[in-house]
Design a protein around this ligand. Structure first.
Ligand code: EPU
Length: 426
């Protein structure tokens, strides 16, 4: 297994970093190709392990997928079994995003339940409830969801679906199902992430009529057939946010982040500014730096446009160096503090009380061997290593490779002393 080695420094970060396409936009859009019988082309797709897993799943489903980064084409091929096996779903829980498209397109689907994951239980009851409202019969057997369209595999019916809580992949699954359903669907209490707006754009390009994506109520008029599409994926706001935090770690830093949409990062930017970080928009780029000491800020994660849970670990790392106490509350996932014990080993002063972490800033962090079993937690440890004294080794880098394209090269471009050690551990 690879490791990442970072030699921490007090040297300010300088330079430019270009943001890749958004992982969490590309995953549902790749699954949306299942809704059409034509060849679709996605551009600006990040080169990541989760994208490879999705490509493998589409191939298993009979699609001809050609990956020529940053482009992917998906040709229809023929689907002999609308089925997502455990072997693929267990590698990436977003594989559940094929459920809506498969049952809408083929009248039936067999998809492995994703199971729990490192950050929490993450049930999919809302996805299933939505499909049932559209006339699906659902039964669970030996770890699989079996879904069948009305009257033994017929076309789904448009329906009103009211979610108990905003769910990102749940909203996406039901949007894709509704795009091929007969009649109009109304989805209430939707997640409002920019990635959902992006999926709405795709479904409109394909011929469904989607209105309200990005708000909490989405209306969709289904089409009997959907066309293929050609689309460039939006930039990854969480990758951008991660580099913004990194650029704030060391006083005197000044980094230009290319392709970051400030509009999609408002909650993070507000907190960074309160923490004494300079964030300025320069066209489609963002300049981030810091000239004075870090001030502590409190954060509570929430559904978009609230503070993203996917940025909680990184912001906590920043608060480890602030002058004073910050209170960080995680409200989305019950187990998303795996970075805390690792940061404590690096000298951070953090007290955990259930879903709340109280961070007291320290003067400096120390390098250590660390690891985490969650993508964002792992990335936060790299960010911590940048400003830590001496060397930090981040193990289990495959988690980072799920969601950050060429992270070590991008940090090198900002002057960080970082390298990947291939096969460092068995
Ligand atoms: N929930 C349910 N039932 C459901 C669905 C969700 O109880 O049927 C709960 C979850 O347990 C959680 C909350 O609702 O407490 C929100 O979960 P959501 O469904 O929105 O999460 P997700 O769709 O599984 C996506 C991202 C995550 C991101 C979360 C929250 C993708 C592929 N994944 O997950 O991204 O953290 O939304 O914003 O879009 C990551 O990229 O590292 C990552 C984990």
């Amino acid at each position: 297994m690879d490791a990442i080695l970072i030699k921490g420094s007090t040297e300010p970060l300088r330079g430019t970093v270009r943001i890749s396409g958004a992982k969490n936009a590309a995953l549902p859009i790749l699954c949306a190709t299942l809704l059409s019988d034509g060849a679709s082309r996605l551009r600006n797709v990040p080169k990541l392990r989760d994208i490879d897993t999705t490509a493998a799943l589409l191939r298993f489903l009979g699609r001809n997928v050609v990956v020529d980064a940053p482009e992917i084409t998906v040709d229809p091929g023929s689907c002999s079994r609308p089925e997502a096996p455990y072997e693929l779903v267990k590698q990436m829980r977003a594989s559940v995003l094929v459920l809506g498209p498969l049952v809408a397109r083929y009248g039936r689907a067999k998809v492995s339940l994703p199971g729990g994951c490192a950050i929490g239980a993450r049930p999919i009851d809302q996805h299933l409830k939505g499909l049932e409202a559209m006339g699906c019969t659902i039964h669970l057997d030996r770890g699989y969801v079996f879904a069948e369209g009305p009257d033994g595999g017929g076309r789904l019916r448009g329906a009103e679906v009211v979610f108990d809580m905003p769910t990102v992949t749940g909203t996406e699954n039901i949007m894709m199902a509704a795009a091929l359903a007969r009649g109009r669907s109304t989805i209430v209490n939707c997640a409002r992430e920019p990635e959902i707006e992006e999926l709405g754009r795709i479904l409109n390009k394909m011929g469904a009529v989607v209105d309200g994506a990005g708000t909490d109520v989405i209306h969709i008029e289904g089409a009997s057939e959907l066309a293929p599409f050609d689309h460039a994926i939006i930039p990854d706001r969480i990758e951008a946010g991660t580099y913004m935090v990194a650029a704030a770690m060391i006083e005197g830093s000044d980094v230009l982040i290319e392709g970051a949409e400030l509009h999609d990062l408002e909650a993070l930017v507000a907190k960074l500014r309160m923490a004494n970080v300079n964030v300025t928009s320069e066209g489609r780029n963002v300049r981030v730096g810091r000239t004075g000491p870090l001030k502590p800020v409190n954060i509570t994660t929430g559904p978009h446009p609230g503070f993203p849970t996917d940025m909680q670990a990184q912001l906590m790392v920043l608060m480890c160096l602030a002058r004073g106490e910050s209170v960080i509350s995680e409200t989305i996932f019950e187990n998303r503090f795996m970075h805390v014990p690792e940061l404590q080993r690096m000298g951070a002063d953090i007290v955990l009380r259930g879903h709340v972490a109280v961070v007291n800033g320290v003067d400096e962090l120390y390098g250590a061997s660390v690891m985490a079993t969650d993508l964002r937690a792992s990335a936060s440890l790299v960010v911590a290593g940048i400003a830590a004294r001496e060397e930090t080794e981040v193990r289990r880098v495959y988690h980072i490779d799920r969601g950050y394209e060429r992270i070590e090269e991008k940090f090198k471009g900002m002057g960080v002393n970082i390298e990947r050690v291939v096969g460092a551990h068995s």
